[in-house]
Design a protein around this ligand. Structure first.
Ligand SMILES: [Zn+2]
Length: 89
């Protein structure tokens, strides 16, 4: 996995730097995800591994929530167009 390092961070913004590469992240959770995905299980300490597992579970929960909301939005949109079509024709 390659990381784009061509970005700027405002000086007063919170930043979390990876100790193993040039990666900079806005949150501790993103840094934990990066460590687990980019640097592998063998390089990580026990606490970093635990942080990665927690961050990954949180990320999967958010993705699950997003999928349900996206599906709901598509169903609502489908029926809105269906009813609009039924009214027009
Ligand atoms: Zn890194």
């Amino acid at each position: 996995m390659s990381i784009t390092t061509d970005y700027t961070v405002p000086p007063d913004a919170p930043r979390h730097d990876c100790e193993r590469c040039e990666g900079t992240f806005a949150t501790e959770r993103h840094l934990a995800l990066h460590r687990g995905l980019a640097h592998g299980d063998a390089e990580l300490s026990e606490s970093e591994r635990a942080a990665f597992a927690k961050a990954r579970a949180s990320e999967e929960d958010e993705l699950g929530r997003y999928r349900i909301l996206a599906l709901g939005a598509l169903v609502v949109l489908y029926f809105a167009f269906l009813f609009a079509y039924a009214m027009v024709t």
